[in-house]
Ligand binder design. Sequence first.
Ligand SMILES: Nc1nc2c(c(=O)[nH]1)N[C@H]1C(S)=C(S)[C@@H](COP(=O)(O)OP(=O)(O)OC[C@H]3O[C@@H](n4cnc5c(=O)[nH]c(N)nc54)[C@H](O)[C@@H]3O)O[C@H]1N2
Ligand SMILES: Nc1nc2c(c(=O)[nH]1)N[C@H]1C(S)=C(S)[C@@H](COP(=O)(O)OP(=O)(O)OC[C@H]3O[C@@H](n4cnc5c(=O)[nH]c(N)nc54)[C@H](O)[C@@H]3O)O[C@H]1N2
Ligand SMILES: [Mo]
Length: 770
Amino acid sequence: MGTIKRVPHCSHWGAYTLLVDDNDIVGVEPFALDPAPSPIIRSVKEWANPERRVLRPMVRSGWLDKREGSDRHGRGRENFVAVPWDEVTDMVASEIRRVADAFGNEAIFAGSYGWTSCGRFHHASSLLKRTLNLVGGFTGHVDTYSIAAGPVILRHTLGDDRACGGQANTLDSIAEHTETLLVFGALSPRTAQTEAGGIARHGLETHLKRMVERGVRIILVSPLKDDLPEWVPAEWWPIRPNTDAALMLGLAGEIVKADRHDKGFLERCTSGADRLLNYLEAGEDGVRKDAGWAASITGLDQAKIAELARVLVDTRSQITVSWSLQRAHHGEQPFWAALGLASVIGQIGLPGGGVGYGYASLGGVGLPFNLGKSPAISQLVKPINSFIPVARISDMLLNPGGTYTYEGEERTYPDTRLVYWAGGNPYHHHQDLNRLEEAWTRPETIIVQDPMWTATAQRADIILPATTSIERNDLAGNKRSDMVLAMHQAIEPLGEAKSDFAIFDMIAAKLGVGERFNEGRDEMGWLRHLYDNSRDDARTRFGFDMPDFETFWEQGYAPVPVKENNVYLADFRDAPDAHPLGTESGKIVLGSEKLAKLDYADCRSHPAWIEPAEWLGSATGADELHLISHQPAGRLHSQLETGEASRALKKNGREQARIHPQKAAELNIVDGQTIRLWNERGACLATADVSDTVRFEVIVLPTGAWFTPHGNSGLDVAGNPNVLTLDIGTSQFGQGCSAHTCLVHVEPYHGDTSDAFAAYQTRLVALAAV
Ligand SMILES: Nc1nc2c(c(=O)[nH]1)N[C@H]1C(S)=C(S)[C@@H](COP(=O)(O)OP(=O)(O)OC[C@H]3O[C@@H](n4cnc5c(=O)[nH]c(N)nc54)[C@H](O)[C@@H]3O)O[C@H]1N2
Ligand SMILES: Nc1nc2c(c(=O)[nH]1)N[C@H]1C(S)=C(S)[C@@H](COP(=O)(O)OP(=O)(O)OC[C@H]3O[C@@H](n4cnc5c(=O)[nH]c(N)nc54)[C@H](O)[C@@H]3O)O[C@H]1N2
Ligand SMILES: [Mo]
């Protein structure tokens, strides 16, 4: 035993101290200032386990022989050959050159979506983009899997997407002023554990406790009862998934029917309200939108909806809408309809009133936000305007030259020859993985840079092994974080793995742009530079003193200037003409001129209830359930899937799928049994978790299990819901991800798949040993 080193570090799920003995992680302690640390910090030691790590640069044998002429169906099947760093970076640089010269830089797809590490310097996709921007650019992506339909519609109706990025009313002010809190989706520590770029103090529970203390009336509208912690006394309204827009519009219609809408607010602060009011009163379909109408679509109680409509105008009421609601077909509508409802109520701009989006979807949304410049390495300027909406990846690969629309414009998909993915896992995040498998055979070359043998890495031509964050120095923090956090190196790199910066530095040098890439700084030089940029900004713009770099690095954290008790649109409410919004009218858009001209059936000129492609109202049999594939409690997406916190929530080696006791009985399913979920797109197994905390016709399977198909049958044995989900855009306007729109059949499963797990393990061990 040597002396134990205490190493401050941070991940997307919070800050912690690693206890390191002779290059071995022997313990993890939560950050002392964090009131509610995440259990996922305990999984971090799994990063040091070589079993799933890529230990050397690897090239698929078929690609090594024939390069761009290889049989692309060999991906994921053929063996890999270890190649030294110097040679492999030559190959990468020459591929970038070849494709750019022959087909133009738009033929390089480097959107490279993914959460990678929380470090803001070794940020894999930023460094990839920085490298490529020095040699002519690439095709990138806009929006995120998290939020796409939401920000697209909010940018159009509120002028920007602050209300969905953590700058609506903050929870401190909601906890003090709100009387009725109407929660659509969740306000749950399950998702609030994590924050992109790290989080110092998990604050959700503190604010929820204050609301409970103040006796705020809370209504949870969600198919899942535990979307609020069980200690929060709330009324649970188990809505049919994807029907929230109908509830919101029914509530608004009920208020209008009673002539209780705030006509002054609608007149002063909104535009096109007549389009919405006309729709609520009779609409194009001739149906009045009221409590009875909403009840018939949502499966909720008519009398309760009518009562809530009265309470929303009689009390100070705040509406919160989780990001999940817009990750669904026509996901623009619940976001816009909530804005319509809040406008009809007329409390936008008042403390504890109005609407906000994404509270607790990430841990920083709703907490005091950073006013200063958060540290980040620059991606530099992208020389070409080539992008896709992030979730249209399969569409792009399958339809080169095909057209699509986005935000009202018609655009063309590029002809992708080279894909470079660094720090993301499309075989985790994308919908309809069997369709992605087909799309994945289209590019000539696929490069993946990741520490792990993920399903994506296994299907690459060239794999560059990155270190995990605990093998290098970095810093964390973002615009929703009240601190910058130090991430000290804890252990030596595993195998031949290199940091993301070191990898791109080598590639940039081979492309002849090394000095412009590294600007003459090494790792610690960059960390000091990025920190000092934030520190200077805090001092000059806000007179706020952050400690010097040495003090910050030594103590492990530094506070940044923040905005507390934010009341969203207070200025605008007071004087709309003096503080116009960046919309077509300068006001909140409830009826849109632009959308009226576009005349899309799937995103109309006012918020509307539009049936999704799949929902319980269209289900054809008793065994068809609505699948909610929500975020996993014990890990971040697919990361640390074999870590302690993730394994604790699996059963029989698989993910658990929650199903209602009555439905389970109907389908002859008992608790703990293996079940098969299937539809025309695919099939997977899970272990049944029979529980009355879920709506009767809904099944919940978290995301993130590593895609493990059983031989050639296509059956995923690990429980990855993305073999089932629907790969269509939310609408012609937003083109977001529609993951939460999905019907499945469910049945008991009696086959034996132990060989699939065994074969998978053997393959991973063999890959690690090459
Ligand atoms: N069905 C369904 N699907 C969904 C969702 C859903 O609700 N339902 N949610 C979607 C959402 S919101 C999101 S954000 C996406 C998330 O999708 P992703 O962000 O793609 O998922 P991660 O598992 O976080 O992938 C990060 C990858 O980065 C790697 N990595 C970690 N550290 C480093 C590093 O330092 N360097 C490099 N080079 N790599 C590193 C990890 O090993 C991992 O492979 O999933 C989406 N998919
Ligand atoms: N532990 C952990 N936390 C995470 C992540 C993780 O992987 N692990 N991922 C992070 C990321 S990248 C993101 S973007 C956020 C996502 O944050 P969210 O989008 O808020 O998370 P989800 O888990 O998809 O959905 C939250 C809840 O919404 C409910 N819901 C789903 N569909 C509907 C619907 O149609 N109507 C109603 N009323 N409710 C519905 C579900 O019951 C679900 O539990 O989470 C973040 N937090
Ligand atoms: Mo996300």
